[in-house]
Design a protein around this ligand. Structure first.
Ligand SMILES: NC(=O)c1ccc[n+]([C@@H]2O[C@H](COP(=O)([O-])OP(=O)(O)OC[C@H]3O[C@@H](n4cnc5c(N)ncnc54)[C@H](O)[C@@H]3O)[C@@H](O)[C@H]2O)c1
Length: 262
């Protein structure tokens, strides 16, 4: 139980296929007490979806948060601290880009679409950490989710690759700023996993096939794989790791050439 007595916030559960749901399952299994966010809406549909996804994990609270609004982030953390007391960890598993700006060649993506994708997929990690640190007097761990398309050109990932590159650098700067408060910032760079967000990426199934054929471990990765590594990064076992991007990708990123005969 590496997260026994740890209290944290997981942002980014949309449904049972979300990477955040895999993290939630693993963290709850390791003893964490968790508050979740859901996208605000007037119908209650989002709350219902998140509740269903984390059903059985004994959530300490589920509250609305739209990361494009500082006020919404502030209210969310106030509610989370009300449920939990001091906070030990934060999971930011959030990204958004308008499909038309992802599906078009990067050179044609719109100014407004780029700004929105950067705001939700990158800046929001800064805004979330800035608010969260007020409730982390004992230090703690924060993580965000990246993808290999932020390091190398992955056709189809397009504009989102630029957002992930910025997110990984953001993580390093956050580690510097938050380190003196014993708050860590790390990224998990996950291999492709079928989810709601992934449906915006062209040729996504081809990407998964590539991993199964060419990754050193000859397999893709799952929400559960990411959940296990996230639990480690959220726990004290990783207390000397910060500013890192850790690949959970069956080793795919080490390859420079694919030998089709292998
Ligand atoms: N699925 C993959 O293959 C893969 C691989 C590597 C990294 N990632 C990253 O993992 C993270 C989670 O993605 P996922 O694949 O689980 O998809 P997902 O669609 O399940 O999760 C994305 C989450 O972002 C939330 N979100 C979007 N806009 C928001 C806003 N304004 N305010 C608050 N929340 C907002 C959505 O509600 C959703 O819960 C993302 O950062 C994604 O880029 C995904």
């Amino acid at each position: 139980m590496i997260l026994k007595n740890k209290k944290g916030v997981i942002m980014g559960v949309a449904n049972q296929f979300s990477i955040a749901t895999g993290i939630a399952k693993a963290a709850a299994e390791q003893g964490a007490e968790i508050v979740y966010s859901h996208l605000p809406d007037t119908t209650g549909k989002m709350l219902k979806r998140v509740s269903r996804a984390v059903d059985g994990l004994s959530p300490k609270g589920i509250h609305p948060c739209d990361v494009t609004s500082d006020e919404s982030i502030q209210t969310f953390f106030k509610q989370a601290a009300n449920d939990l007391g001091d906070i030990d960890f934060v999971v930011h598993s959030i990204a958004f880009g308008d499909t038309k700006d992802i599906k078009c060649p990067t050179v044609e993506c719109s100014r407004a679409g780029f700004a929105q994708a950067m705001d939700i997929s990158c800046y929001s990690y800064i805004a979330v950490c800035n608010e969260a640190q007020k409730y982390m007097p004992n230090g703690g761990s924060t993580i965000s989710l990246s993808y290999y398309g932020g390091e190398k050109v992955v056709p189809g990932y397009n504009m989102m690759g630029i957002c992930k590159s910025a997110l990984e650098m953001t993580t390093r700067y956050l580690s510097h700023d938050l380190g003196p408060k014993k708050i860590r910032a790390n990224c998990i760079s996950a291999g492709p996993i079928k989810s709601l967000s992934a449906s915006a990426i062209s040729d996504f199934s081809k990407m998964i096939d590539q991993y199964e054929q060419n990754a050193p471990l000859r397999r893709g990765v799952t929400q559960d794989d990411v959940g296990q590594v996230a639990s480690f990064l959220l726990s004290d076992l990783s207390s000397s790791i910060t500013g890192e991007t850790l690949h959970v990708d069956a080793g795919y990123h080490v390859m420079g050439y694919f030998d089709s005969e292998a």
